[in-house]
Every structure is written in C-alpha cells, then in structure tokens.
Design a protein around this ligand. Structure first.
Ligand code: BGC
Length: 456
C-alpha cells in the first residue's frame, strides 16, 4: 500500500460496489455503470501496463546501447495544437492511443502543455499561444483533446494527464517582482490565464471517467523554501476551483517534471549539522527545507491535503534524468571540515546550482518507471523522454514558437533564478523536444541505478 494513513475513500467506494455485486449475484441484475469518480482506481499505475511510444523507442534503440531502455514507457507531449493531429515528426493523439490499444497497454500518459503565454520565466519552450489567447486554448486545444480521450474506444485505458508543467509555480515565485521575476510571468498572474487554463483543463478532462489528472508541482529546488511551499499549495488549490474545476478533478501531483533534482540524497539529511552549522546553511542547500525529491513530494502531499485536496491524492516523480551515477557519483558522505565540504563532497546531484534546468552536464537516467515505490508516491515515471533536448544552446530559427534561453548556453553566467551561476548546460543542443544524441549517450553512461549490463 502506498498510503501511510487509513484506507482511502476511493477504496471504500469500490468495496461497496463489489459488495453490491456479490449480493446481487444470485439474481439477474444489470448494475449501472459506476459513477465516474468511483470508476477510477486509487493508483492508476498499480498493476498497469503502460504504453511505450514507438517513435521515441525507435530513436532510443538507434543509439549505441539505447536498446536497454527502449522498452520503457514515457509521456507523449501535446506541446502545440498541431501535435493533436500529428506533425511530420510525431504521430497524433489518436494514433498514439490506437497504438497503445494494439500494444495491449492499459495505461496511457500524456502531457498537456500549451497554455497561453507558456513558460513565462524562460524562453526555450515559449509556445504558440499569446498571453491573452485563452479562448484558443480552450476551443482549439483542450476541447479537441478531450473529445479524443472521451472516445469509448479508449475507455479501457487509464489515461494519466500531466497538467501544464511550470505554469502555476511560475506564478508563485517568478511573478512578484523579486530577483528572477519576469514581466511575462507578472502578465500571466495579472490576467489569470494560467489559472483559467489549468482550471478549464482539470474540469474538462476530469469529466472523463478514465482520465487521471496530475498537476505539475515543480521540484524541491524551486518550491522547497517556506516562502514558496505553502503559497504553492494554495495556488494549486485556487486553480482547482477556477473555471468549474473542483478538487475531485485532481488525482494527484507530479514533481521534477523534465528536471534533474535527485530522488534521494543518501549521504546527508536536511537535519544534519557540521560543527554546529546546519546543512541548510550550506551554499548548495541555501536554506531550503528539502534536499531531494522524495522527501519534498511526500511533504508536499501532506500540505496539499491540508489545503483541501483529497486525502488519497498520489504523487508522481519524473525520474527520467535524475540518476546522477557514473564516475562522478560520490560513494560516501563528504568530509566534516566545513558544512560546504560535507554537502558538496556527499551530494549525488552534481549540478552547479539546483536552479539549473537545461540539458545538464553529468546527469544520468534515473529510476526506471515503477508503480507505488514509496508511501504516498503513485509512481516513478518518465515524463521527459530521455534524449529530447530541453532547449537550444544557440539561437535557432523555428516555427514552434521556441526562443533562445541562455540557460541552455554553456557559456552563460546565469540570472537571479540560478544565483548567477554558470548554466551547466551541454553544448550543441537542438531545439526543445528535438533529439539530442550526445545527451542521450551521457544519460546512459551516468544512469543510476546503473543499466543492465553496465558497471556501477
Ligand atoms: C518542449 C516540447 C517537447 C517536450 C518533451 C519541452 O521542453 O518544449 O516541445 O515536446 O519538452 O521533450
């Protein structure tokens, strides 16, 4: 069981239904189809076989050594309106769902990612819709997706929808005028279109009985400070009451989407101290209350329930690229000579700064997708398909609405969101979402846990 508390109310509803079935077994009764919420299982990943995207799989297998992970499931990204019907490089949503059925899969994972004014604190994944185009988002993006997902042909699939990476967290930390805030995020906060878009997506997709909505909740290196943690949970609650949405439309949350924060820091805890100085005062931790994603996800779950989300919500963690193995991985705690020596010597996350997010040098494949790995966690998933770039390292003309973000440029010396540190990005990267062979190779080499047939 993934829960630490009492049996969930969803489980109660299910056992009541089973009971009615048993009582009626001797009679010829046709039970009505269960109400939508009751039809959902507590953890959609439990016992499920997830869809493997054959297009990603083919790219992975074409790389030397890539076949070891080519049969892993990952999310399909609906990153623009054209992605719904399919583009030259990617099959459309229906084609993916049909292929999932043909595979015999019973779980399908999709990212909903096309808000107006998308990615307001960065440029690499700016989207196609302008800040005010909320009606196009509803009519040309969410509604067509919803009508496909609601097709009875797909009723046997549990459909996990990851709702709008980075959007609500940007309203919490990057819209209020602090160092690192952007005018674009201030605009999106003022016009309410992120909240309206997320609320509309939750409400519309939540009306489909076999869809499970998980809202993006950034990562510990973004929301782990007390100044951000509770306000973020409140922001999520607010969006879940906008445009007809309700907390019952939210099955859970996901952390670390497309990011690199380590799942577990085995060699130091946030409560450790060196010579009387807490590790929270180290440069790396910088007063954060969390040092890794598992502890953050579990604590955030508790806070979200306190803010009014269902007691049985579950968390997902994107472990596609937070492995941090390979030869640079420490094997023991750092020396107790100073708090920085202790933390820097022992941390497995080898980034220059925890605010770095683009094509991180030294990263590896993380935990393979796994159902119910820890209490409160529905699954480790691969939201960002490994090998797909986070953004171009030099300007590139394109028709995808994508800009050039210097956080993807290895020569950049940073901004307020990464403490003015070097970006840590790999050179030679293509546009966000495009195949980045050199990164894929490095991710394989630095996988943790190591991949089959490879050394530690
Ligand atoms: C890009 C999308 C892409 C996704 C998955 C995002 O950063 O903006 O275009 O589909 O990553 O790779």
């Amino acid at each position: 069981m993934r829960r630490t508390g009492t049996t969930s109310h969803r489980a109660h509803r299910r056992s009541a239904a089973l009971c009615a079935l048993a009582l009626g077994a001797a009679l010829t009764v046709t039970l009505p189809a269960p109400a939508s919420a009751a039809a959902r299982v507590d953890n959609p990943y439990a016992g499920a076989t997830a869809y493997v995207n054959p297009d990603w799989s083919a790219r992975a297998s074409a790389e030397p050594g890539g076949s070891v992970i080519a049969d892993e499931p990952s999310f399909v990204w609906m990153d623009r309106i054209a992605a719904i019907a399919g583009t030259s490089g990617a099959r459309g949503l229906r084609a993916h769902l049909d292929t999932a059925l043909a595979q015999g899969a019973d779980l399908f994972q999709v990212v909903i990612y096309d808000l107006p004014g998308r990615d307001c604190a960065a440029l690499a994944s700016n989207g196609e819709l302008g800040a005010t185009e909320i009606d196009r988002y509803k009519n040309e993006y969410i509604d067509p997706i919803a009508s496909i997902l609601a097709d009875p042909a797909y009723a046997s699939l549990r459909i996990v929808a990851l709702i709008e990476p980075d959007s609500l967290p940007n309203l919490v930390t990057n819209a209020g005028g602090s160092d690192g805030s952007t005018a674009a995020c201030a605009t999106m906060k003022a016009n309410g279109n992120y909240e309206k878009g997320v609320g509309y997506a939750l409400h519309t997709l939540g009306a489909i009985p076999n869809v499970y909505n998980y809202v993006d909740a950034a990562h510990h290196g973004w929301l782990g400070w007390d100044s951000n943690f509770v306000p973020a949970a409140q922001e999520f609650r607010k969006a879940a009451a906008t445009e007809g949405a309700a907390v019952s439309d939210v099955h859970g949350f996901i952390v670390n989407t497309a990011n690199y924060s380590s799942l577990k820091e085995p060699y130091f805890k946030v409560t450790d101290a060196v010579n009387g100085t807490t590790v929270r005062q180290s440069k790396w931790v910088d007063w954060n209350y969390y040092v890794d994603e598992l502890s953050f996800a579990q604590a955030l779950r508790t806070e979200l329930v306190r803010q009014g989300f269902a007691p049985d919500i579950g968390m997902l963690v994107d472990t596609a690229r937070n492995g941090w193995g390979g030869s640079a991985r420490p094997g023991a705690a750092g020396p107790q000579t100073s708090v920085d020596a202790y933390v820097d010597g022992g941390r497995v996350d080898r980034r220059i700064h925890a605010g770095n997010w683009c094509n991180q040098s030294g990263a590896g494949i993380g935990e393979r997708p796994t159902a119910a790995p820890e209490p409160g966690i529905d699954a480790y998933v691969w939201a960002k398909p490994p090998g797909e770039s986070d953004g171009n390292s030099q300007p590139v003309d394109n028709d995808e609405g994508k800009g050039f973000d210097r956080m993807c440029d290895p020569t950049y010396t940073g901004n307020g969101r990464n403490g003015y540190n070097p970006s840590g990005a790999l050179p030679g990267a293509p546009l966000a979402g495009h195949w980045f062979s050199a990164q894929f190779q490095e991710l394989l080499r630095n996988a943790y846990p190591p991949l089959n047939g490879q050394g530690a």
